[in-house]
Unconditional design. Structure first.
Lengths: 298, 336, 484
C-alpha cells in the first residue's frame, strides 16, 4: 500500500523535460496496482471459482484434479440432479418471501426509529439509545425457548410470519444505528423547507426524508437480506411441522446430509443456494458504500 | 457514527429541529413535552416492541434458567442457586475456550483491519479504474453462509491437504505430513484465515465509507503544502478516520468474540478442545455432548456460561471504551 | 450428520440409545373424502428409500389412511421434537429421539401407552422377552416395540485391491482377513510400504470426533473389555468404567500411536470427516478402516464392491468379549395427542410386521428383530451377508432397569472431557500421560454415575450403585435378564 501511494504523482509544477519519465512511471505504477489487485482478488475468489468449477466435474475428475478449478469434462448433470433432488424451487420461493419480509420489516422499524432518534428530541431518547446499545453487548444465551413461547402465544408457529419477525429482530440494533447516523448528517434545511411548505411530521418523513435515504435503505436492506438469506436455525425452528415452509439453508442442510459423499453434487447445490444472493448483492452493492458514507459522516 | 453518538456528545438536534419537536422550552411540563413528541414515540414503537419482545425479554427469560439444572424439556424445576456459575468458573475448559476466543479476536481484528484499510486506501483512489469491480471481488465472501463455507473448506482441505503436504515434503519444509485440522495450532490458524476471508468485506466498505467523508480539498491542500503521501496519511487520513475507525474496531471485536459457525463447521472445537471457543462450548452444553456420545443437554449450565461470558465481555468493552477515550483525551490535551 | 443418524438409528433400534416419542395435536384429521392423515416424523437419511416404500405399501393396503412424513434434521431432532410438543404441534407418530431419557419422555406426556392394542397376542410375534421396563415399557405400560436385530454395529473394512497388491492373500488368492491386532499391524505395514507412498495401511475420518472411539470399541472388545468405549454402560461385572484400570485400553491406544508413529495411518485422518474417509477408502487411499453397515449403501451406489469385512480383532485369535444389546428395543412411538387411533396404530403395526422387517433386511439397512426376516435368499451383496453372519457376536447383556425399574430414574450427567476427547488428545499429542488421562476419565465417569444415583436417591428413588453390578455375568454368554 505504501508502495502504491508512493507512486502517486508528486504535486507541483515540474520541469518539462522530465514529463515522459514521470508518465511512464505513473503508468507502470498503475499497472502494478492492477496486477496486485487482480492477484489478490483471484486468491480471494479462489474458493468460489473452485466450487463453481468442481460443480461441473465428474466424481473422478474431482479427485484427480485437486487444486485445478477448471473441469476437464464439463458435466451439467450435477445441476439438474441437485435442482430436482433438493426441491430448491420450493425453498427458493420461501426464502425470497422470508428475506423480502425481513427487509421490509427491518427497514420500516429501523428507519422510523433512526429518524426520530437522530432528528427529534423527546424525553427518554437517551434511555432508548442506551437500551439498544446495551443489547448489542448482552449475551444472547439460550433464548430460543422464550422466543418460541412468545411466537406460540401469538399463534404464529409454523408460519413464515414467525420466521420474518424473529429474523428481523435479530439485526435491528445495528440497522437503527446506521439510520441514526445517516439522518443526523442530512441537511437540516431540507426538513425546514418541508415544514415551511406545510408538510406534516409524517409527510416530512415519508415523502422527503425517507426517499433521500436511498443509499442507506439499500445498505441496510442488503445486510438484512444477506443475513436472512443464510439464516438456518430460525426458519428450522419456526417451520418445524411444515416442511413445505422450509428455506434454502434448511433444505441445503438435508441436501448436504443426503449427498455427503457426492461432492460435485454438493458443489452444485452450494452454487445454486449462493447464486441468488450474489446477484442481489451485485445489483445493490453500488449504493451501499455511499449509504455507509452517509452514516459515518458527521 | 452511531456508537460514538451514545458517548457524551450531545444529541443531534436538541430543541426545535424536527417538526415534532415544535420547540417546547426545556422547562415545559413533562406532559406537554410528552404530547409534543407523540409522533416520535409512535415512530419508535415498532422498533421497541420488536426489540423488547424478541431480544430483551428472551435474554432475561433465559437468565432464569441459569439457576436451575434443566435439560430443556418441560419447565425447569431443579433449583440449584449459583451452582451453575460456580461450575463454569471452575471449568478449565471454559477458560481455555475464553483464551481461544481472545486469541482469535486479537489476531483477526488487527490483521483484518490493516488489510481492509490498505485496500480501502487503494480503492478510494478516484483515478483507479475498475475500483467498484475490485470492491465487489473482496466483498463477495461476506454473502456466503457458514454452512456452505464449512463444506467447501473441508472439501478443499481434504483434496488439497495431500497436495500441500507433498509440496512441503518435497521442499523439505516438513519431514512428516501435516494433519491440518488435527493440529490445534494449525487448525486455529485455518479458522482465523477463513474468518478473515469471510468478514474482511464488511470492514473494507466501512473504511471506504469513512474515506469518502474526507473532503478531497483537504488532501489537495495538504499536497499543495508539500506533504508527502505518508504524512498526508498520518496527519489527515488517520485523524479523520478516527471516529469511524473506533466503530469498526468495536464492531470487529464484538463479532470476533461471538465467533461460532466457522469453528462449529470446521473443527467443532476439536481436537481435544484445541479450538473450542466460548460459543461452541456453550453450544455443546445446550445441545448435548458430541455425536459419539449423545449426552443430556444442560440448558442451565449453558445459560450460565453464556451470561458469565456476557459479563466478561461487557467488562472488556467498558475497558476498551475507557482506553480509547483516554487516548483521545491525551491527544486533545497534547494538541491544545 | 448422516453417519451419526445412521448409527443413532441403529442403536435406537437395538434400544441402546435413548429416545423421545411422538405426539400429535393434529391426530388423524378428516378430509371430505373420508381419508385420514397420520403425521409421521423421522430423521432417516440412508433409510429413506425403505421408509418411502413402506409408506407406499401401507397406503395401498389402507386406502383411507395417508401418511404425511416429515424428515427432520438429524442432529437437531431432539430439540425439534421437544419444541413441537411445547408448541402443541407434535406429530401423531414419531421416531423416538435419543434425548431426553425415555422415561422422561413418557413423564412429559409425549407417548401414548399402546397396551390396549399391543396385547399379549400381538406381542407374541416378537422374540420372547422383548418388552421390559426402561426399554420399551415404562411403569408396566408398553410405549414402543423392538424393530432392529442385533449384530456388532462396527466392522473392520478391508480394501481387497490394496491387500492383494501388498500380497496379503491366502493360498487360493483370496484376501487374508486380519483376525488379530498383529495381523492388522502387519497388513498396515505391508500396504504402506508396498504402495510407495500412494496409500496407507489404516485410515479414518475423525473430524466429527467420533471415529477414533469406534476403533477403541472394536479392538478392546476383542481383547476382553465388555464395556467397549463405555457409552452404553459400565463393565457390569463390577458396575464401573475401567478405562484406566483395565489395561486393554492403554494397550490398544499405545498400538494406535505406534501405527501413527510408523506412518501407517493416513496423515489427514483428523482433518477429514467419516464421509470423506469413506470416499477415500473406496478410492484406495488406505486399506483398513472401521465403520458400520451404513458404509455399504454408498459404496453399492458407486458400484464399489471390492472390499471385505470382519469384526472383533483381538490380541489372540479368539475374541474374549463381544458386542452386547439389551433385550427389547424402541424406534417408533405413537404420540399422546394421536390417542392411539385406528390409523396411528395401523401404521405402528405395519412397521413392526415381519414383512416390513424383511424388506428392511433386503434393502441392506440392517437386521430385523424377527429372526425369520434375517434368514433369506434375497440378500445379494456378499458384504451384507458377511454382516448378517456376524450376528453371533452380539449377545444380550444385563440391564439394570429390568432388575430394578427405579434405575430408570437415574440420569447420569455428562462428563467432560469424555472418551472421544481424551482419545483425540492422546492421538494428537495434546495429552502426554496416557495412564493419568485414562484414570482421570475412569474416575470422572464413575463419579458421574455416583452423582446420578445420589440425585435419584434424593428424589426418593430406591436405587444404589449395587444396581449396576452383575457379578454373575459371563461376557462370553448371553445374559438372561430377570426382574428382581
Amino acid at each position: 500500500m505504501a508502495l502504491l501511494t508512493a507512486r502517486r504523482p508528486a504535486p507541483g509544477p515540474r520541469p518539462a523535460g522530465r514529463r515522459p519519465a514521470v508518465n511512464a512511471r505513473r503508468a507502470a505504477g498503475r499497472s502494478a496496482t492492477h496486477v496486485l489487485l487482480l492477484i489478490g482478488g483471484l486468491i480471494w475468489l479462489f474458493p468460489f471459482l473452485w466450487t463453481l468449477g468442481s460443480s461441473f466435474k465428474s466424481a473422478d475428475g474431482f479427485f484427480s484434479q485437486g487444486l485445478n478449478p477448471i473441469p476437464k469434462h464439463v458435466m451439467v448433470s450435477n445441476y439438474s440432479g441437485a435442482w430436482k433432488e433438493a426441491s430448491f424451487e420450493k425453498y427458493f420461493v420461501n426464502t425470497v418471501l422470508v428475506a423480502g419480509g425481513a427487509v421490509v420489516l427491518t427497514l420500516a422499524a429501523t428507519s422510523m426509529a433512526g429518524y426520530v432518534l437522530a432528528r427529534t428530541e423527546f424525553p427518554g431518547r437517551k434511555a432508548v439509545i442506551g437500551l439498544i446499545s446495551v443489547t448489542l453487548f448482552l449475551p444472547h444465551g439460550y433464548t430460543i425457548i422464550p422466543i418460541f413461547d412468545i411466537v406460540r402465544g401469538l399463534h404464529l408457529l409454523n408460519t413464515l410470519w414467525a420466521v420474518i419477525i424473529v429474523q428481523s429482530s435479530s439485526s435491528l440494533v445495528f440497522a437503527t444505528f446506521l439510520f441514526m447516523g445517516y439522518f443526523s448528517t442530512m441537511d437540516r434545511e431540507i426538513e425546514d423547507a418541508a415544514r415551511v411548505d406545510g408538510a406534516s411530521f409524517h409527510q416530512t418523513f415519508w415523502r422527503v426524508m425517507l426517499p433521500l435515504s436511498g443509499p442507506m435503505l439499500a445498505t441496510v436492506g442488503l445486510f438484512t437480506c444477506i443475513t436472512a438469506w443464510n439464516s438456518f436455525f430460525i426458519p428450522l425452528v419456526f417451520t418445524l411441522s411444515k416442511p413445505e415452509l422450509h428455506t434454502l439453508p434448511v433444505g441445503m442442510y438435508s441436501f448436504l446430509g443426503q449427498n455427503s459423499t457426492d461432492w460435485t453434487f454438493l458443489c452444485a447445490g452450494s452454487v445454486i443456494s449462493l447464486l441468488p444472493i450474489v446477484v442481489i448483492f451485485l445489483l445493490l452493492q453500488r449504493y451501499f458504500v455511499n449509504g455507509l458514507a452517509g452514516a459515518v459522516k458527521g | 457514527m452511531p456508537l460514538v453518538d451514545t458517548a457524551p456528545s450531545p444529541p443531534a438536534h436538541r430543541g426545535g429541529s424536527g417538526p415534532a419537536t415544535a420547540a417546547p422550552p426545556p422547562k415545559a411540563p413533562l406532559r406537554t413535552r410528552l404530547w409534543a413528541a407523540r409522533w416520535s414515540y409512535l415512530y419508535i414503537l415498532p422498533l421497541l416492541a420488536l426489540l423488547l419482545t424478541f431480544v430483551v425479554y428472551p435474554i432475561f427469560g433465559s437468565l432464569v434458567y441459569t439457576f436451575y439444572r434443566w435439560n430443556g424439556i418441560g419447565e425447569p424445576s431443579d433449583f440449584v442457586g449459583l451452582d451453575n456459575f460456580r461450575q463454569i468458573a471452575h471449568d478449565s475448559i471454559f477458560w481455555d475456550s475464553v483464551a481461544h476466543t481472545f486469541v482469535y479476536a486479537i489476531v483477526v481484528v488487527p490483521v483484518q483491519l490493516v488489510i481492509a484499510l490498505a485496500l480501502a486506501l487503494v480503492l478510494n483512489n478516484k483515478k483507479l479504474r475498475f475500483s467498484a469491480f475490485y470492491r465487489t471481488l473482496f466483498f463477495l465472501p461476506v454473502v456466503t453462509s457458514p454452512a456452505v463455507v464449512g463444506v467447501v473448506v473441508q472439501l478443499m482441505l481434504s483434496n488439497f491437504g495431500d497436495t500441500f503436504n507433498s509440496w512441503l515434503l518435497d521442499a523439505h519444509i516438513i519431514d512428516t505430513p501435516v494433519d491440518w485440522l488435527g493440529n490445534p495450532r494449525i487448525a486455529m490458524g485455518i479458522i482465523i484465515l477463513v474468518g478473515i476471508w469471510q468478514t474482511l468485506g464488511y470492514n473494507l466498505v466501512y473504511f471506504l465509507a469513512g474515506l469518502q467523508t474526507i473532503p478531497e480539498e483537504i488532501n489537495e491542500a495538504a499536497r499543495i503544502d508539500g506533504a508527502g503521501p505518508v504524512r498526508t496519511f498520518l496527519h489527515i487520513t488517520v485523524p479523520m478516520l478516527r471516529s469511524v475507525g473506533l466503530m469498526i474496531v468495536i464492531l470487529a471485536f464484538i463479532g470476533s468474540f461471538q465467533v461460532f459457525d466457522l469453528v462449529q463447521v470446521l473443527t467443532n472445537g476439536g481436537p481435544y478442545f484445541g479450538t473450542e471457543v466460548v460459543n461452541t462450548y456453550i453450544y455443546h452444553l445446550a445441545f448435548g455432548g458430541n455425536q459419539a456420545a449423545a449426552t443430556q443437554p444442560d440448558v442451565g449450565l449453558a445459560s450460565a456460561a453464556s451470561f458469565f461470558y456476557g459479563l466478561l465481555l461487557i467488562g472488556f468493552s467498558v475497558l476498551q471504551v475507557l482506553i480509547f477515550r483516554s487516548i483521545a483525551k491525551r491527544r486533545a490535551a497534547g494538541r491544545g | 450428520m448422516s453417519p451419526i443418524s445412521r448409527r443413532g438409528f441403529l442403536t435406537a433400534s437395538a434400544a441402546l440409545g435413548g429416545g423421545l416419542t411422538a405426539c400429535s395435536s393434529s391426530s388423524a384429521k378428516s378430509t371430505p373424502s373420508g381419508t385420514r392423515t397420520v403425521t409421521h416424523w423421522d430423521w432417516f437419511v440412508s433409510q429413506e428409500p425403505w421408509i418411502k416404500n413402506e409408506i407406499a405399501v401401507f397406503e395401498k393396503a389402507n386406502p383411507k389412511i395417508r401418511i404425511k412424513r416429515t424428515v427432520q434434521v438429524s442432529d437437531k431432532y431432539p430439540d425439534l421434537i421437544n419444541l413441537a410438543f411445547r408448541g402443541g404441534d407434535a406429530p401423531d407418530f414419531f421416531q423416538i429421539p435419543s434425548t431426553p431419557a425415555f422415561p422422561d419422555q413418557v413423564a412429559q406426556g409425549w407417548l401414548e401407552p399402546l397396551d390396549a392394542r399391543a396385547t399379549a397376542a400381538w406381542q407374541s410375534r416378537f422374540p420372547q422377552g422383548s418388552f421390559f421396563n426402561g426399554v420399551d415399557m415404562v411403569d408396566g405400560k408398553v410405549y414402543s416395540a423392538p424393530f432392529g436385530g442385533a449384530a456388532p454395529w462396527l466392522q473392520l473394512y478391508i480394501h481387497n485391491g490394496l491387500f492383494k497388491q501388498a500380497g496379503i492373500t491366502n493360498p487360493d488368492g483370496s484376501v487374508k482377513l486380519p483376525r488379530t491386532w498383529d495381523d492388522v499391524t502387519l497388513a498396515a505395514e505391508a500396504i504402506t510400504k508396498k504402495s510407495g507412498g500412494k496409500a496407507h495401511g489404516i485410515g479414518f475420518g475423525n473430524a466429527q470426533n467420533a471415529t477414533l472411539t469406534w476403533w477403541i470399541e472394536l479392538f478392546v472388545r476383542g481383547a476382553g473389555s465388555p464395556a467397549g468405549y463405555g457409552t452404553d454402560g459400565p463393565d457390569y461385572r463390577v458396575g464401573k468404567w475401567t478405562f484406566g484400570s483395565d489395561r486393554n485400553y492403554a494397550d490398544f491406544l499405545t498400538l494406535l500411536l505406534e501405527w501413527k508413529k510408523k506412518g501407517y495411518i493416513y496423515p489427514s485422518a483428523m482433518s477429514i470427516g467419516d464421509e470423506q474417509a469413506r470416499a477415500f477408502f473406496e478410492r484406495g487411499k488406505f486399506g483398513i478402516t472401521v465403520g458400520g453397515v451404513w458404509n455399504q449403501p454408498t459404496w453399492a451406489e458407486h458400484h464399489f464392491s471390492d472390499y471385505s469385512l470382519t469384526t472383533l480383532p483381538s490380541p489372540t485369535t479368539t475374541p474374549k468379549a463381544f458386542f452386547y444389546y439389551p433385550p427389547g428395543g424402541r424406534v417408533f412411538g405413537v404420540s399422546k395427542a394421536a390417542a392411539l387411533t385406528d390409523e396411528a396404530w395401523a401404521w405402528f403395526d405395519h412397521l413392526h410386521s415381519v414383512e416390513a422387517g424383511r424388506r428392511w433386511v433386503e434393502a441392506g439397512q440392517g437386521l430385523s428383530v424377527f429372526p425369520r426376516a434375517n434368514d433369506q435368499a434375497k440378500i445379494t451383496s456378499p458384504q451384507f451377508q458377511q454382516y448378517v453372519d456376524t450376528r453371533r457376536y452380539a449377545l444380550p447383556w444385563p440391564v439394570p432397569a429390568i432388575r430394578n425399574p427405579e434405575v430408570s430414574q437415574v440420569v447420569v450427567p455428562a462428563v467432560k472431557p469424555d472418551l472421544p476427547d481424551v482419545t483425540a488428545g492422546l492421538y494428537t499429542g495434546q495429552l502426554k500421560d496416557m495412564g493419568a488421562a485414562l484414570s482421570a476419565l475412569e474416575d470422572r465417569r464413575n463419579k458421574a454415575l455416583a452423582d446420578g444415583v445420589k440425585a435419584a436417591q434424593a428424589k426418593g428413588a430406591k436405587v444404589g450403585l449395587a444396581d449396576y453390578v452383575f457379578a454373575d455375568w459371563d461376557p462370553t454368554k448371553p445374559y438372561v435378564n430377570k426382574p428382581a
